[in-house]
Ligand binder design. Structure first.
Ligand SMILES: *[C@@H]1O[C@H](CO)[C@@H](O)[C@H](O)[C@H]1NC(C)=O
Ligand SMILES: *[C@@H]1O[C@H](CO)[C@@H](O)[C@H](O)[C@H]1NC(C)=O
Ligand SMILES: *[C@@H]1O[C@H](CO)[C@@H](O)[C@H](O)[C@H]1NC(C)=O
Ligand SMILES: *[C@@H]1O[C@H](CO)[C@@H](O)[C@H](O)[C@H]1NC(C)=O
Ligand SMILES: *[C@@H]1O[C@H](CO)[C@@H](O)[C@H](O)[C@H]1NC(C)=O
Ligand SMILES: *[C@@H]1O[C@H](CO)[C@@H](O)[C@H](O)[C@H]1NC(C)=O
Length: 503
């Protein structure tokens, strides 16, 4: 695994340093680490605190190597993945020795490295705090925490304690400055859901305010959307243990979609366990992404990038844009960059629609057969439209699909989606299958009459690569994405709407 392969001499090969062109002024240096964690052979077996600390320290040793490498590059903040220290698949009892006590403290009141004896059962917090000091950088890590409770609290679990899946933030001097308890647990029976949502933010001298959430949280309103809407955060730190699901929910694809939709920087760190489908991390600005996704290699990856303090892009500005009653033409006149074209002329001979399952959802689709054309497909109250031109015309089947209903497998949430996908083979029922490679490039304009303002633009190209989604926004009641000149084959172009009120 990485630890063995990544000795000092090879250190440079084990991470990539990327700088955005332009001035470092107005930028800061961020790092994320995709971590091939050392896992307990059987996480359901009961163990003691000493053995648990032994395993967790192996992971913290790997963190320490990344901190050392990052410090040399002037990194100001580093993010580590969810479950990166203790692992996953525990039971409520078997996770207990892996939990640190997290005292309910105000931000800035405790430095675990310098005040180690203030609280018991805080070994992991202490080591992380010392690592922040060592690297002189902000450090964001995920760990398990416990909080005792008793019968004076009617929600107190019968074993007399809460278990939380918690992100912890230390400042560059090792002080604990923020914590966040995961709200939307993903079948994590070892943990409790906090009774109140944490809207957790922290301030930095180098880039202002950051917001925090974890993995599955990215699909829900609380706390993800309320943080960007009501707390004015410009940067998100996002530890995850995300299992990819194509064509719409690959980790890097959705991370980028969130950054673009909300005009924020997203620092996303995933675990690296390809055998569980876990890979895909990145530093995403609304304009550009730096990512890692590798299902073949067992290596982790440290990504370092210089990114803007004030992210800008085409995404949702709360009082500026959003669903509007203005006609597309009025908006075009206001925005000279909108390249507003005449609406396409609908051919009356639409190809026949069909149904196929995509990520457990029953999509309605139409095949994309021609070299160029205009298509429409509707389901429930959502109609999706596509105006396309194919540059290379292979025999590969593509389809335009729509879904407007409650998703109910592996989580319950209401989705409104318009998706142009490459199918797995020549038959209709392969549309929605997980594929990663494509050769056909397209120019396209994709749009739909969504009932929600929350639409995430997704654009995935051949070999799990990302390209900037081009032009986006509302034209009247239609949300659109327009993209020309893809540099590699199209795997998925989608507008993934979340209609939170209908969950
Ligand atoms: C976790 O549980 C899943 C489902 O039960 C199983 O497929 C997987 O192998 C387990 N992973 C580990 C690391 O134990
Ligand atoms: C129960 O917990 C509350 C809050 O932590 C504490 O103030 C109280 O003393 C505890 N009561 C008992 C009987 O332990
Ligand atoms: C440590 O960092 C925190 C948060 O930035 C700051 O409030 C505090 O003053 C610092 N403490 C010292 C001793 O520099
Ligand atoms: C949104 O409103 C705030 C405060 O009312 C203002 O400072 C800001 O410029 C507005 N943004 C846009 C895009 O209109
Ligand atoms: C998908 O939806 C269509 C139309 O509602 C229905 O006819 C078809 O049986 C559904 N397919 C599946 C697999 O549920
Ligand atoms: C979307 O357009 C279709 C077709 O014009 C229409 O039936 C549907 O009501 C529209 N949905 C909304 C939310 O306006």
């Amino acid at each position: 695994m990485l630890g063995a392969g990544c000795k000092l001499i090879l250190l440079l090969l084990c991470h990539q340093v990327i700088a955005l062109e332009g001035h470092t002024e107005g930028h800061y240096v961020a790092a994320i680490y995709e971590h091939p964690s050392v896992l307990s052979p059987d996480p359901t077996v009961l163990t003691d605190r000493e053995s648990a600390l032994g395993l967790m320290n192996q992971n913290l040793d790997l963190y320490e190597e990344q901190i050392e490498a990052s410090a040399k590059e002037g990194v100001q903040i580093i993010v580590f993945p969810e479950d990166g220290i203790h692992g996953f698949n525990f039971t409520r009892d078997s996770i207990y020795p892996f939990l640190d006590f997290l005292p309910p403290l105000q931000s800035g009141k405790w430095n675990p490295c310098l005040e180690p004896r203030k609280f018991r059962d805080t070994e992991v917090l202490q080591r992380l705090s010392c690592l922040a000091i060592k690297g002189q950088m902000y450090l964001v890590a995920n760990m398990g925490t416990k909080q005792p409770c008793n019968s004076s609290d009617p929600q107190c679990p019968s074993d007399g304690r809460y278990h939380f899946n918690t992100n912890i933030v230390f400042s560059d001097n090792g002080t604990l400055v923020a914590s966040y308890r995961k709200q939307n647990l993903y079948f994590e029976y070892a943990f409790d859901t906090p009774s109140e949502v944490d809207h957790s933010t922290f301030d930095t001298p180098f880039a202002g305010k950051f917001g925090i959430f974890t993995c599955f949280d990215i699909l829900f309103f609380e706390p993800a959307v309320s943080l960007v809407r009501d707390y004015a955060v410009k940067h998100i730190v996002y530890p995850a243990a995300w299992m990819n699901q194509l064509p719409l929910l690959a980790g890097i694809e959705f991370q980028q979609g969130f950054a673009v939709a909300f005009n924020v920087n997203v620092l996303a760190a995933n675990l690296h366990h390809p055998s569980f489908g876990m890979t895909g991390s990145g530093i995403h600005t609304p304009q550009k992404s730096f990512w890692y996704h590798d299902m073949e290699s067992s290596e982790g990856r440290l990504i370092i990038a210089h990114i803007p303090k004030n992210p800008t892009g085409a995404g949702l500005l709360w009082n500026g844009t959003g669903r509007s009653d203005e006609s597309p033409r009025q908006l075009c006149e206001k925005d000279p960059d909108a390249h507003c074209s005449e609406p396409p002329k609908w051919s009356h001979e639409m190809p026949p629609s069909f149904h196929s399952e995509m990520m457990y959802d029953n999509f309605t689709l139409v095949p994309v057969w021609e070299k160029q054309g205009s298509l429409r497909v509707c389901a429930n109250s959502l109609c999706c439209y596509l105006d396309y031109q194919r540059h290379t015309l292979s025999s590969d089947l593509y389809a335009l699909g729509v879904f407007d209903a409650l998703h109910t497998v592996h989580g319950t949430y209401y989705v409104q989606a318009c998706a142009l996908v490459k199918c797995g083979g020549p038959h209709f029922e392969t549309c929605g299958h997980e594929i990663t490679h494509a050769t056909d490039t397209f120019d396209f304009h994709l749009w739909g009459n969504f009932s929600t303002s929350f639409v995430y633009p997704l654009l995935l190209t051949s070999g799990m690569t990302l390209e900037s989604p081009g032009q986006l926004g509302w034209e009247g009641n239609y949300y659109f994405m327009r993209k020309n000149q893809l540099s590699s084959g199209l795997v998925t172009a989608a507008l993934y709407g979340r209609w939170y009120e209908r969950d």
